[in-house]
Design a protein around this ligand. Structure first.
Ligand code: URP
Ligand code: ZN
Ligand code: ZN
Length: 476
């Protein structure tokens, strides 16, 4: 008789393709058996009436990322990953962000120092490239890709980050040659600059004008341009945080042309609208992120795209700035003009519950699609599959036992981040992660965080197969 370290018994397993009743056996941190009536485990977990899904992979979040405006991200690698774990996410991929003049190797070393001893779940890093010098393009970036940093973000907006089209093309050709996934923040910087000045000149400084400074066409134009550059460079790209119809139309068109354009969206574009930026007083600043939330019609288009396959991943874009804080949303006081409010909202813990409740429970997406969008595809997108993102023999035992019936009204005091608000305050959801395992270790037990700082391991990512210019065709 074989004894497992842990057996999860009588659950309903859900993968990106199937839903079935089975037991799951874990030894030495790996999934080693899936079957019926498995032998005993040293630890037995009863999952009767529960779903057993792969731990979420959050392919877009920001932790302890330095900024240039004096604002401070409130979550470090402990509080941010604790919050992720309690929300059913067992792998996070935050960014190591280069500022102009910095060598990328130094940036990476700095982020490893920040993370040291803190993460409670496994983590990798994307790079953000803001200074594509010859040294970076020719030497540093190819070497880092070989070392397991196989994705990088390109900004088309933000004055201290944005790259011009020529620089983007140079980077896309490195992605093509060395097999990295390029993630594009698609908003037109000059359009935003002009609109912002016009709004401010008319005395329009409140949070709601943030949405007016970045209307849909700003995103549509940049999305189109990013797609054109990907076509020219002949390389797949991922358009991140897509917010509405006009960008979706560009992506859908490109996919119809056979271009490998991948798309990410986030819960904020599914449940928030621009009206949330017009909250009482300065409250709307709690929902300032870029691109901004749109309207109900745009939300419906994003839901359709999730169901139809236009989108590949759902990430949190967790960017944790506190509200009542001079290092957060109130960086210039309680009436900070919208153009000074740090962009980004917290959401690392609420990503799975919102998508499950609004998507699966409301019948908009299947359970398999939920798993695909939150775990399997992000693992594939960033070269972590099949170690992460699936329930398969040999995969890391990163597992969520999900109570599909628990009703929760989201309120900030329930959450485990270090932020003083959630933009989803009062949102009622059905379903919540109950017990979470990271490489076989229980880190959330019936809703209680029991993990330890430093348990999380750094992951080197493979060059993602999805980043290859041409689809893989098996030889006959
Ligand atoms: O507003 C946002 N999304 N802030 C986070 C940084 C980014 O561009 O993803
Ligand atoms: Zn972005
Ligand atoms: Zn982001």
């Amino acid at each position: 008789m074989r004894q497992f370290d842990t057996v999860i018994r009588n659950g309903t397993l859900a993968t990106a393709s199937d839903v079935f009743r089975a037991d799951l056996g874990i030894s030495q941190g790996k999934i080693v058996a899936i079957g019926v009536d498995l032998d005993a485990g040293v630890v037995e977990i009863d999952a009767t009436g529960k779903l057993v899904v792969p731990g979420g992979v959050d392919g877009h979040c920001h932790l302890e990322q330095p900024t240039r405006d004096g604002s401070v991200m409130a979550d470090d690698f402990f509080t941010g990953t604790r919050s992720a774990a309690c929300g059913g996410t067992t792998t996070v991929i935050p960014f190591a962000c280069q500022f102009k003049g910095q060598a990328m190797r130094d940036v990476i070393a700095d982020y490893h120092r920040r993370a040291a001893g803190k993460p409670v779940v496994d983590y990798a890093f994307h790079l953000i490239v803001s200074d594509p010098t010859e040294q970076l393009l020719g030497q540093d970036l190819p070497a880092l890709i070989r070392d397991g940093y196989t994705s990088f973000k390109i900004y088309m907006t933000y004055d201290d980050m944005k790259l011009n089209d020529r620089q983007i093309l140079e980077l896309l050709s490195v992605a093509r040659r060395d097999g990295a996934m390029a993630m594009i923040h698609a908003e037109n910087a000059d359009f935003i600059g002009w609109l912002t000045e016009t709004l401010l000149a008319a005395g329009n400084t409140e949070p709601r004008y943030h949405a007016q400074s970045r209307p849909m066409l700003v995103e549509r134009e940049a999305t189109h341009r990013a797609i054109s550059m990907a076509e020219l460079a002949d390389v797949p790209i991922l358009i991140v945080h897509v917010s509405g119809r006009e960008a979706v139309e560009q992506i859908h068109w490109a996919q119809g042309q056979g271009l490998r354009i991948f798309a990410e969206t986030c819960p904020q574009y599914l449940v928030l609208t621009e009206h949330d930026l017009a909250g009482h007083g300065f409250e709307g600043a709690k929902c300032i992120c870029s691109p901004p939330p749109r309207d109900k019609e745009n939300q419906a288009v994003i839901w359709d795209g999730l169901a139809s396959g236009i989108f590949h991943i759902v990430s949190s874009d967790h960017a944790p700035f506190r509200y009542a804080d001079p290092a957060g949303k109130m960086i210039r006081g309680g009436a900070t003009p919208f153009n000074w409010v740090p962009n980004g909202i917290p959401g690392i813990e609420t990503r799975l519950p919102i998508l499950f409740s609004e998507g699966v429970v409301k019948g908009r997406i299947s359970l398999q699609r939920f798993v695909e969008l939150t775990a399997t595809n992000p693992a594939k997108m960033y070269g972590l599959y099949p170690r992460k993102g699936c329930l398969a023999i040999g995969a890391d035992a990163d597992i969520v036992i999900y109570d599909p019936e628990r009703r929760v009204t989201i309120t900030n005091s329930l959450l485990h981040h270090n932020v003083d608000y959630t933009p989803y305050e009062g949102l009622a959801v059905t379903g919540w992660p109950e017990t979470v395992l990271s490489r076989g270790t229980v880190i959330v037990d019936h809703g209680d965080f029991v993990g330890t700082a430093g348990h999380g391991m750094f992951l080197r990512c493979d060059p993602p197969e999805l980043a290859r210019p041409k689809p893989f065709v098996p030889s006959p």
